[in-house]
Design a protein around this ligand. Structure first.
Ligand SMILES: Cc1cc2nc3c(=O)[nH]c(=O)nc-3n(C[C@H](O)[C@H](O)[C@H](O)COP(=O)(O)OP(=O)(O)OC[C@H]3O[C@@H](n4cnc5c(N)ncnc54)[C@H](O)[C@@H]3O)c2cc1C
Length: 352
């Protein structure tokens, strides 16, 4: 699409700074350090994987410990097999997908261990990537020791209590030559922060309005840098919205009213809802229908997603199952928002 539209792009190029005037400092081998001046910026830096250092697991630093993404790269891009006997820590989608991938390539995945009482991944991935291959999933478990000096030889698993602390006496040694870590993604927002963009402490991504615009006018965000997505399809959808709005911003630069001073409705995540994206909206600027995405904080069965306008219940929708690993959504209609007098707050709750 980029080529069809004749859009210039630069590979192997690292943006090292964006300032408040939307001046971008980047570097690559051919041009060295260079500066670009932008009228609008779309932040789409994605996430990085949480590494072993963040986990405080004791032990030496033997070979054979990979992030799930590194193992995926080795297998899919380089055609290299990371190992034969595998333990996976973390049951997010990447960990689950890698359990299947390693199995299909001939490895034995001995166990997927998960600290939480539920998997962080999609239900369909648990079925299709673990159950179908008889790979055990141990919930409420973590690794408390890594054995091996040159190459990893095994790990010690232990059950954890409700405070996620290992329970003495539940230790179990599992031999392996490979440990894959799939223990969370961190939105890559160092550049955003250095240009004064406000982040949501729950998503670790920028706080945005209905057009995915951050608190800096003309700076938009989409994809995993905004919040960690379960499906790449939603990333593409969001990217389209950010692109359209950035183009509009450039076109009508001088006539763009300041959203922050406009008619603002705040979206508030309440009982059972961890966050919403967007976090606020201006009904005048939104499209006819706005999709609000959110995640729940636990596994809920046969509960309702309730939407309140200024504390008045507007919608109550029953869901058979909701889990933290799956993004949820509600749709807001522009017409409904306008017909509600002095609306300034929309809350989302999980209720009976
Ligand atoms: C390890 C891993 C495995 C996954 N596997 C699957 C899968 O099998 N199926 C699936 O549907 N989804 C998968 N996902 C999810 C999917 O990859 C993401 O939802 C999607 O790629 C997010 O798109 P994005 O454009 O927001 O970020 P990304 O695809 O991560 O793209 C961000 C890009 O920005 C670049 N970048 C970052 N900082 C800078 C900078 N300072 N200067 C220049 N460039 C920069 C990065 O190099 C990267 O190319 C996986 C995710 C991960 C992390």
């Amino acid at each position: 699409m980029v080529k069809d539209l004749n859009i210039e792009f630069k590979l192997n190029t690292m943006v090292i700074d964006i300032n408040e005037e939307k001046q971008i400092t980047a570097m690559n081998k051919e041009e060295g350090l260079f500066i670009l001046n932008a009228k609008a910026v779309i932040l789409a830096m994605g996430c990085r994987e949480r590494a072993r250092g963040a986990l405080n697991i004791p032990g030496y630093r033997p070979a054979g410990i990979f992030s799930a993404g590194t193992a995926q790269h080795l297998l899919n891009i380089e055609g290299l097999m990371p190992g034969k006997e595998v333990v996976i820590l973390g049951s997010g989608d990447i960990g689950l997908i890698m359990a299947r991938r390693m199995t299909l390539e001939g490895a034995t995945v001995k166990v997927v261990a998960e600290l939480m009482p539920y998997s962080g991944g999609l239900k369909r991935n648990i079925v299709q990537c673990l159950d179908d291959y008889h790979i055990p999933l141990k919930l409420n478990h973590t690794i408390i020791d890594i054995d091996g000096k040159e190459r990893i030889q095994g790990v010690t698993l232990a059950k954890v209590d409700e405070n996620r602390k290992p329970i003495p006496g539940t230790e179990e040694y599992i031999s392996c030559d490979t440990l894959l870590l799939s223990v969370g993604l961190i939105p890559e927002n160092e550049l955003s922060q250095s240009m004064g963009i406000k982040l949501d402490p729950v998503t670790s991504g920028p706080i945005v309005n209905e057009r995915l615009e951050t608190n800096r006018k003309g700076v938009f965000a989409c994809g995993n840098v905004l919040h960690v997505h379960d499906l790449v399809d939603y990333v593409s959808e969001e990217a389209g919205i950010a692109g359209r709005n950035a183009a509009e911003f450039v076109k009508y630069l001088n006539s763009q009213p300041d959203t922050v001073n406009g008619e603002i409705i705040t979206l508030i995540p309440e009982s059972g809802v961890r966050y919403t994206v967007p976090q606020y909206l201006n009904p005048e600027k939104m499209e006819e229908i706005l999709t609000v995405r959110f995640r729940v904080d636990n596994v809920y069965q046969n509960k309702n997603v309730s939407v309140y306008y200024n504390d008045k219940l507007i919608v109550k929708r029953k869901k058979k199952i909701m889990a933290p690993g799956e993004m949820e959504e509600i749709k807001l209609k522009k017409q409904d928002l306008f017909s509600f007098p002095s609306l300034n707050k929309i809350s989302l709750r999980i209720e009976e």
